[in-house]
Design a protein around this ligand. Structure first.
Ligand code: GTR
Length: 448
């Protein structure tokens, strides 16, 4: 019973489909806003229980981290391992190299402003295996090699832009982005999520932008693994082939971002040292995990990522670990289920996920009405990562107090809380562009 399933609309002109779906979406969003965040969870700052965060600078064996080299050689690997085994799960070793097939190129996209490329990334090297379809816009009037934003989208590349030349995926999509029960996309959703991808603005600022649909890796549902990359690599589509520390869907999506990065490294117009990884909501969690693991990403941007992303799990405000595991059992690894209602037993928390990116710049953004994602918990996690950045001599942190709405703060670690609800808007992108101008453009990125 999805509002997007209107098989009859296939016989109507496209604008009709778009308007019906748009009305459905707006009504759905209004219903969610009117209903407010889910009941039965804490939204009262006075009821936040005291908690103690794991110290970024104390190793499991008690060693104190005083130098960046100790962080890089000892503490960072153990924190990364803890996130791997306890939170997101470990991707299997994949020996095959992806194969890139440029399917379409147009040098006069966006009225001549950009070159559009559509690239089939054959993830396991073989034609016919799992495939990630990358959509890329490169500014024409910019230096020989340009910085880029890379992020996954929800509804398919054709939903991320109104550009009629963008191919409609032949991969499976989640039911709510499909027509009928077939899990296949049609043109109905073209442009539906275009407001989340201000491609013209990004390109006009001298950046390339690349996106692919997360469903290409795994459709976002409890059994999505059966037809996704996790099922293919497990060699089975039945039972539960996963060990408690094997990868969950977020890890699979993050792994896909690294394969898209593999392609960007080969594109002669992209500066591979100036790629920012970005994501919204569950894909913001994914961007953080991708950026934490893969140090080729020079900047990491988390938009309204919330629980399991930038928000501190220990703060009992909004969504909880128990709830996220219950509603989205496929997102995290099996071991993460142990921590529902036992967040204090987690050996890590969100501040350490951000710290894994050090010394690379990280931007965390919240929205005022997105209390489900715990904006203050997101801000405090960013602040909690600072000790690791200090080891590298990084300065330019946000002030100790949370800023008012629509007031971006911080330099190498950036933060804002926008007015309005859960979403990624032109306002958010304007801040990311300024952040990238400061931290990415014209600089060789900070590395360990
Ligand atoms: C919610 C979920 C959040 C967030 C969000 C989204 O239902 O509870 O953690 O990920 O979905 O991705 O839009």
């Amino acid at each position: 019973g999805s509002v997007y399933s209107h098989p009859r609309m296939n016989t109507k002109p496209m604008w009709f489909g778009i308007s019906v779906v748009a009305v459905g979406l707006v009504l759905g969003m209004a219903a969610r806003a009117a209903a407010g965040p889910p009941a039965g969870f804490n939204y009262d700052e006075a009821k936040v229980r005291p908690y103690v965060l794991p110290d970024p600078l104390t190793c499991l064996d008690g060693t104190k981290v005083k130098k960046s080299s100790t962080w890089a050689k000892k503490r960072r690997p153990e924190v990364l391992e803890l996130f791997t085994t306890e939170v997101f799960g470990r991707p299997p070793e994949v020996r095959a190299r992806p194969v890139f097939q440029v399917v379409e190129t147009d040098q006069s996209a966006l009225n001549g402003k950009a070159t559009r490329k559509q690239i089939a990334i054959w993830l396991l090297g073989t034609n016919g295996g799992p495939r990630l379809d990358l959509l890329l816009y490169i500014p024409n009037h910019a230096g020989p090699r340009v910085p880029a934003f890379l992020g996954l989208n929800f509804g398919g590349n054709h939903a991320a832009t109104t550009d009629p030349a963008v191919l409609i995926t032949t991969n499976r999509v989640a039911t709510k982005y499909a027509t009928g029960a077939t899990n296949r996309a049609t043109g109905e959703l073209r442009g539906m999520q275009a407001s989340r991808w201000p491609i013209d603005l990004i390109v006009s600022n001298g950046y390339a932008v690349a996106t692919a649909c997360y469903g290409d890796l795994e459709v976002d549902s409890a059994e999505g693994w059966k037809t996704g990359i996790r099922g293919v690599l497990a060699g089975t589509q039945s039972g539960n082939p996963f060990k408690p520390d094997d990868w969950g869907a977020i890890s699979a999506w993050a792994w896909g971002l690294s394969r898209a990065m593999d392609y960007l490294q080969t594109d002669p117009r992209i500066n591979p040292r100036q790629v920012a990884v970005i994501g919204h909501s569950r894909l913001g969690k994914t961007a953080l995990w991708a950026g934490a693991r893969d140090q080729r990403f020079a900047v990491v941007i988390s938009n309204n990522s919330g629980e399991g992303g930038a928000a501190l799990a220990r703060r009992n405000f909004g969504e909880t670990t128990a709830r996220i595991n219950q509603n989205f059992p496929h997102w995290f690894c099996g071991n993460y289920k142990k921590y529902g209602g036992k967040e204090d037993a987690l050996p890590v928390d969100a501040h350490l996920l951000i710290a894994l990116c050090a010394p690379r710049p990280v931007y965390v953004a919240s929205a005022q009405d997105d209390s489900w994602a715990d904006p203050r918990g997101e801000f405090l996690a960013l602040k909690g990562a600072e000790p690791v950045y200090r080891l590298y001599g990084v300065t330019g942190f946000p002030p100790d107090d949370m800023p008012p709405a629509n007031t971006p703060v911080g330099d190498a670690l950036g933060y804002h809380i926008r007015d309005g609800g859960h979403g990624i808007t032109a306002y958010d992108w304007a801040q990311y562009l300024r952040f990238a101008d400061r931290n990415l453009k014209g600089t060789s990125s900070r590395r360990q």
